[in-house]
Design a protein around this ligand. Structure first.
Ligand SMILES: [Zn+2]
Length: 152
């Protein structure tokens, strides 16, 4: 498992050009509170994390699409979902253009936060080079709370 080869030199420019700070869907905290549950608000707007092994979609494997619970944008296809054993839903890749990235230095760690590019909602974190597979060798570790599953 794993590889010492690190191919993270690609796409640096793309990341810097991200539109994360100005997503198309803009709402005030009060407006978000009106449409989200307290737990959804805590995670999506407060960059929170659901407890491991607690999420609705952790072991979910029906065919369909996972959309953003905040704005309904399609984020992940069930075909890219896999069981990472980490306690949260994991995906090899998101729907093209749907997932934004932002460096996150909280908790004394260097992590890459992933967000919905349409509304800026927090989804989770992405980890690279762990050897799980997928074209980019990435694991998108996503809170179930941030997702709504649509069978399809
Ligand atoms: Zn969204």
């Amino acid at each position: 498992m794993g590889s010492s080869f690190n191919a993270s030199t690609t796409n640096q420019t793309t990341n810097k050009m991200s539109t994360n700070t100005n997503p198309p869907v803009q709402k005030s905290d009060d407006e978000w509170r009106a449409i989200l549950s307290p737990e959804q608000f805590r995670i999506l707007r407060g960059r929170g994390t659901e407890p491991p092994n607690s999420g609705t979609y952790h072991h979910h494997s029906s065919p369909g699409v996972y959309t953003c619970v905040g704005c309904s944008a399609p984020l992940y296809k069930s075909t890219s979902k896999f069981d990472s054993g980490c306690g949260w839903p994991a995906f090899f890749e998101g729907v093209s253009g749907a997932i934004g990235r932002r460096e996150d230095g909280s908790l004394g760690m260097h992590r890459t936060e992933i967000i919905c590019t349409n509304c800026g909602g927090h989804l989770g974190h992405v980890f690279k080079g762990e050897g799980f597979g997928g074209a980019a060798d990435e694991r998108h570790c996503v809170n179930s709370v941030s997702l709504t599953f649509k069978r399809g």
